[in-house]
Design a protein around this ligand. Structure first.
Ligand SMILES: [Fe+2]
Length: 184
């Protein structure tokens, strides 16, 4: 599966889960829709941090800066998700400021999708050969199945973002190892 197809399909799912949450009514419905969105988005960010960005490191001029900006965006998004999650589990009267945080979440998700689809994906298409893109797509797909199948709720916590940022080479090697296994 081409990694570009995989990412685009993930973005569509995130967009749809976000719309589902924005149109939810009532405490239980809003909590359930948000939980689904948070899980989906957290897994998506983690996949990009652990398997996509390491592949892009050093691939083009300014790639490190592009990755650092992306990781900083992930970190803000993760904090926003956690803040909304906490507020949603408080009584309605104690959910001060949640509307603003939800608006920020919408803007952050749109920004994430736009910057990846308009700036990063064209570079991936140009710089990574079709066969390698397909290998990478399967690496992300396998990793997603593992993450979604794990019993623990996934969180794109800021410390994980930091670790992805500071250990790109080893993450990249991990991806290559999985890809190698698939080829064998
Ligand atoms: Fe993305």
């Amino acid at each position: 599966m081409d990694v570009l197809y995989f990412i685009k399909a993930e973005h569509e799912s995130v967009r749809s889960a976000l719309e589902g949450f924005r149109s939810a009514h009532g405490v239980t419905d809003r909590r359930e829709k948000f939980s689904a969105l948070k899980q989906l988005l957290s897994v998506h960010l983690k996949l990009e941090e652990n398997y996509l960005y390491p592949e892009l490191s050093g691939m083009f001029a300014g790639s490190e800066l592009v990755i650092d900006v992306a990781l900083a965006g992930h970190s803000i998004l993760a904090r926003n998700l956690d803040a909304i999650d906490k507020l949603l589990h408080k009584p309605l009267a104690a959910q001060d400021g949640i509307a603003k945080k939800e608006e920020a979440l919408f803007e952050l998700v749109v920004k994430h999708i736009d910057s990846q689809e308009h700036e990063l994906m064209p570079r991936i298409r140009e710089l990574i050969a079709t066969g390698a893109r397909e290998e990478l797509g399967f690496v992300l797909l396998d990793a997603k199945e593992e993450l979604m199948g794990s019993a623990e709720p996934v969180s794109a916590a800021p410390d994980k973002v930091k670790s992805a940022s500071s250990d790109r080479s080893s993450s990249g090697k991990a991806a290559a190892k999985v890809a190698g296994k698939r080829r064998a």
